[in-house]
Design a protein around this ligand. Structure first.
Ligand code: ADP
Ligand code: F6P
Length: 319
């Protein structure tokens, strides 16, 4: 394979730049030409492909976001859009495509591979909602950003004897709330995958106050309702002083953690090596600390399992 292209799609995630850098530099090292596609599938459909060189990816490993920029593109969901994308790749002489993004972006890569175009996916989303891999790029950095926010909120909550409902992202996946809740000592974690009754939440907060705590943190995944609603209901039922904070897009930006730089770099190299060996229509993942690749169709079909054991453990140690 002599010419490949790379794009980022869907929500940006810290670590995407590390992956782009690795794809470009390893690709050139392996004797390939590497093109960068601007703004995901939207840019691909418009033919926004440019040649990348060693210097195009200088000084980016430490930066959040994606230098290629990203977009959500409805046209790519339709057959006509997918055929247009294929035509652009062929017109630019590209022989293989690396897509960095989440499950939606992988559907686009899957469509291209079904049209016969060699495609590889790298998981890039803060949500950690892909079943075939233990971690996605950006998840670790977002967890650390949430931990930093919890630390600050905790200072104020404990000074005022208050409870804070902190709403985090994740779409329908509770992993950001689960992992950051465990690491931040949240008294209650609320996720869409494992329902908890509001009476139980109130009981837990009241019991923790009785045990002498001056603050409470409830980490709420956005897929399990709004922080304002939970705060209002908990306040009414318990009489506790409750506040709510929605962390929002703060969670998507920032300099990637060591883990995300490592994952981005090693997954980027792994993806190019697959294409180099003539292997395609795969997605790169990490299982039990080891990189591996999975068939793209199988990966898109897999349903993620929520880690109930971890959830229960977090509840036991945050008393
Ligand atoms: P993420 O990749 O983070 O899950 P989205 O779900 O927004 O983000 O998907 C990103 C883009 O991937 C969409 O805007 C669209 O261009 C493409 N995409 C999503 N679903 C499909 C699909 N079923 N078929 C083809 N392309 C898709
Ligand atoms: O998929 C990443 C994510 O940040 C989700 O956690 C969140 O629900 C969504 O994207 C927000 O999308 P937008 O940036 O388009 O508002």
């Amino acid at each position: 394979m002599k010419k490949i292209a790379v794009l980022t799609s869907g929500g940006d995630a810290p670590g995407m730049n590390a992956a782009i850098r690795a794809v470009v530099r390893y690709g050139i090292f392996a004797g390939m030409e590497v093109m960068g596609v601007e703004r995901g599938y939207a840019g691909l459909l418009e033919g926004k492909l440019t040649n990348m060189n060693m210097r195009s990816v200088s000084d980016i490993i430490q930066r959040g976001g994606t230098i290629l920029r990203t977009a959500r593109c409805l046209e790519m969901k339709e057959k006509a859009g997918q055929e247009k994308a294929l035509a652009q790749l062929v017109a630019h002489g590209v022989e293989g495509l690396i897509v960095i993004g989440g499950d939606g972006s992988f559907m686009g890569a899957k469509a291209l591979s079904e049209l016969g175009f060699p495609s590889i996916g790298i998981p890039g989303t803060i949500d950690n909602d892909l079943a075939y891999t233990d971690y996605t790029l950006g998840f670790d950095t977002a967890c650390n950003t949430i931990l930093d926010a919890i630390n600050k909120i905790r200072d104020t909550m404990s000074s005022h004897d208050r409870v804070s409902i902190v709403e985090v992202m994740g779409r329908n996946c509770g992993d950001l709330a689960l992992y950051a809740g465990l690491g931040g000592g949240a008294e209650v974690i609320i996720v869409p995958e494992h329902k908890i009754d509001i009476d139980r939440v109130c009981e837990r907060l009241e019991a923790s106050k009785q045990r002498g705590k001056h603050s409470g943190i409830v980490l709420l995944a956005e897929g399990a309702g709004s922080a304002a609603d939970w705060a209002e209901q908990i306040g009414k039922r318990t009489g506790l002083s409750v506040r709510s904070t929605v962390l929002g897009h703060l969670q998507r930006g920032g300099s990637p953690s060591m883990k995300d730089r490592f994952l981005g770099t090693s997954m980027g190299v792994y993806a190019v090596k697959l294409l180099e060996r003539g292997v395609s229509n795969r997605v790169v993942g990490i299982r039990d600390n080891k990189l591996y690749d999975e068939d793209i169709v199988t990966a898109c079909r897999m349903k993620k399992k929520f880690d109930v054991e971890l959830y229960n453990m977090a509840a036991v140690v945050a008393r």
